[in-house]
Every structure is written in C-alpha cells, then in structure tokens.
Design a protein around this ligand. Structure first.
Ligand code: NAD
Ligand code: IPM
Ligand code: MN
Length: 366
C-alpha cells in the first residue's frame, strides 16, 4: 500500500514524540511491505517563528493533499502573551476546522501493567475501557469571535451549534457504541444551557435509529465525578467540544498518565488527523524524557481508521503492551519497581517488538 503522510511535529515534546512515531511507522511499513512517504510541515509556535502565522497555507495544502496527518503538539510559554490570532493553539484549531475533522475519538483503556500507576484505587480503575467522542469543530471553541467591550470590562464567548453538527457527531458515537459494548452516555449541561437542550433532543431522536444501543444522559459535573469514582459504568461518551477536552484529560488519570492517550480526529470520508491528547509539555521539553506511547498509539489509530490496516495497527498496540509487561516505563508513569527509560530507549523497545512479534488482537476498540 502506498500512502502520503504529513507530519506536523509542532512545539516542545511534539518534536520528540513525532520522531518516535515515525520510526515505528517505518518499521511497520518495512515489515509489511508498504510504502509511506512523509512530508514534514510547520504548525503552532514553530510556524509563527518561521512564517509569522501558526497555520501557513502551505501546511493546510499539504494536509489536504495527504492521506493522513500525524501531529505532535503545539504551544509553549514563548507565545503565551501573543495576541489571539498569533497563538500556536489557533493553528491547531484552524487545521481541525479547515479539514472538517468534527469527530475526535479518544479511547481510554488502562493497560493492566499500569493499573498501579494511577493515583486512583486499583479496584476502581481495573477493567475500565471507554471512548470519549468529542465534537471538535463547533461549540464553545468556535463561537462568534469575542471582542473586549466597554474598555475591556465586558467580554463574550458563544457556544453555538447548527443542528446538523450535533446530528453527525451523535450518529458517529452511536456507530462507535455498536462496535463496542452498545452503551452510550451523552454528556451535557441541559439544566442550564439551551444548546445542551437541543443536544439532548437530538440524542433522543437518534435513539430510534439505533435500538440496540442503550442510552443514558448525564450532566457534565456529575459525569466528571463518576468518571473517576465508577469509570466502568462508561462505554462511549459523546459530548460538546469543551466538555470533551476537560473530561479526556481527567480520564487520562485512569491510564496512569496523559502520556498514554492517543486520539483520532476524523471527517465523514475517513480522512484523519492523529495526535496524542497531551500538549507540548514545556516543563520537560528537550530533556529526552517524554513518553512517546500516546503518539505511537495514535499511529495505530491511523493505520486502522484511515488505511484499514488492522493487523499492522494491532502489532503496534501489542508491542506497546509487551514493553509495559516487560516492566519498562517513562518518568510520567509512577510504576513501583519499573525500569525507567527515556524517549529514545522506549521507542527502541517498541521497535524491537514491532519488528519481531505477532499480534493476536487489537487493543483500542473504537
Ligand atoms: P500538557 O499536556 O502539555 O502537560 C501537562 C502535564 O503532563 C505536564 O506536567 C507534562 O509534563 C505532562 N505530560 C504531558 N504529556 C506528556 C508526555 N508525553 N510524557 C510525559 N509527561 C507528559 O498541558 P499544559 O502544560 O497545560 O500545556 C502546555 C502547552 O501545550 C500549552 O501551550 C497548551 O496550549 C498546549 N497544549 C497543546 C495540545 C495539543 O497540541 N494538542 C494539547 C494540550 C495542551
Ligand atoms: C487538546 C488541546 C487543544 C484543545 C488546545 C491546545 C487548543 O487541549 O487537543 O485537547 O483544547 O482542543
Ligand atoms: Mn486538551
């Protein structure tokens, strides 16, 4: 199979983890005789420094012409005081919007070997396996641009949705639930927000099309609590952009670290951008200690969702599992007695297993 892949390393540890992920992809393509061509482009702070904009046109064009995009992370203290249009994060929001990537799948599955790396009780975390389906191109992130009024005394952000935008993400979540344990939790704030009332109406209407899926509604504050007191009650969660952002970082605690969570951002035709859920981690950038597994696991999602290469995806996921079973971890994982390694060594350990081991089953179901 021949594919064109755009790499957008971005800022901070984004550079380090993309290098790891690329090496893993290269090992997979060599083993399974595929040809992937990589095109690296700028986004975020790196693009601001080089081109004066967080999302150069050239980057957008390259992504549009590619079969899939792999992104590291954007942002950092260097650009935190920039005006809104010159913030690295604008580049990330821009590429999601311009590519129409409305469905953000964030699978959260604790590897057995990391159960004790979570600060939560073992018996709470054990067996948790959920998928957050986050709406990614609407909601509070993409409302009418706010401006400061009354000499800066008043400011407005708007949470706006077209009905069809809610319908398509809800459909996507129902379809994901069908592939899993057939349970869907829709998370909203329908006791306060008008947009959430419409969200709930849409979920209720769509229920008829998916009679095999059990549906539950939960308010976002209660959902935040239940996520870490009874995570096993969740299978698929569907929610608004900002709620999904917050809940997914919270849910990462189940897996032991934010450095373990991959994600896929998709549009209807299967085109996708793949990225770790974490950010550029300025506190550890450049030290060679970042956990590359979230990005490596994101490449598995790419192979599965954009290219239909299920076996290759499973080989990567199993390789990660094996490395953890063999007792290796990075500094972000609080594993007692674990053999702590840096980014490069962790990558080498995964590569070793990707080239030699067979996969029996896929690990991230989404
Ligand atoms: P962050 O996710 O970068 O870091 C939060 C904490 O988790 C830090 O202590 C960090 O060291 C740790 N961490 C994150 N990923 C890790 C990894 N792979 N290995 C080991 N430790 C890891 O969030 P933040 O500090 O709030 O944000 C830093 C910058 O990143 C900000 O500019 C923010 O806007 C940006 N950000 C970008 C993305 C993205 O590009 N998708 C996501 C979140 C935050
Ligand atoms: C994420 C990040 C981004 C978001 C930021 C960097 C704009 O936190 O991908 O989760 O809020 O979507
Ligand atoms: Mn986030």
């Amino acid at each position: 199979m021949e594919k064109q892949i755009v790499l957008l390393p971005g800022d901070g540890i984004g550079q380090e983890v993309i290098e790891s992920a690329k090496q893993v992809l290269e090992a997979v393509t060599e083993r399974f005789h595929h040809t992937f061509t990589y095109h690296t482009h700028d986004i975020g702070g790196a693009a601001i420094d080089k081109h004066g904009t967080p999302l150069p046109e050239d980057t957008v064009r390259a992504c549009q012409q590619s079969d899939a995009v792999l992104l590291g992370a954007v942002g950092g203290p260097k650009w935190d005081q920039n005006p809104s249009h010159l913030r690295p994060e604008k580049g990330l929001l821009g590429i999601r919007k311009q590519l129409g990537l409305f469905a953000n799948l964030r699978p959260i599955k604790g590897f057995d070997q990391l159960l004790h790396a979570s600060p939560l009780k073992h018996e709470v975390v054990a067996g948790s396996d959920l998928l957050i389906v986050r709406e990614l191109t609407g909601g509070l992130y993409f409302g009418t641009p706010s401006e400061r009024r009354n000499n800066g005394q008043e400011v407005v952000d708007t949470l706006s949705y077209q009905r069809h935008e809610i319908e398509r993400i809800v459909d996507n979540a129902f379809q994901s639930a069908r592939l899993r344990r057939k349970h869907l939790t829709s998370v909203d704030k329908a006791n306060v927000l008008e947009s959430s009332k419409v969200w709930r109406e849409v979920v209720e209407e769509k229920k008829a099309d998916y009679p095999d899926v059990e549906v539950e509604h939960l308010l976002v504050d209660a959902a935040a609590m239940k996520l870490i007191t009874n995570p096993r009650q969740f299978d698929v969660i569907v929610t608004e952009n900002m709620f999904g952002d917050i809940l997914s970082d919270e849910a990462s605690v189940l897996t032991g670290s934010l450095g373990m969570l991959p994600s896929a951002s998709l549009r209807e035709d299967g085109m996708g951008l793949y990225e770790p859920v974490h950010g550029s981690a300025p506190d550890i950038a450049g030290q060679g200690v970042a956990n590359p597994l979230a990005t490596i696991l994101s490449t598995a999602l790419m192979l599965r969702h954009s290219f239909g290469l299920e076996k290759e995806a499973a080989v990567i996921e199993e390789a990660v599992q094996q490395v953890l079973e063999d007792g290796y971890c990075t500094g972000d994982l609080d594993v007692k007695g674990g053999k702590q390694v840096g980014t490069k060594e962790m990558t080498r350990l995964v590569l070793e297993r990707v080239t030699t081991q067979d996969a029996t089953h896929s690990i991230m179901t989404c």
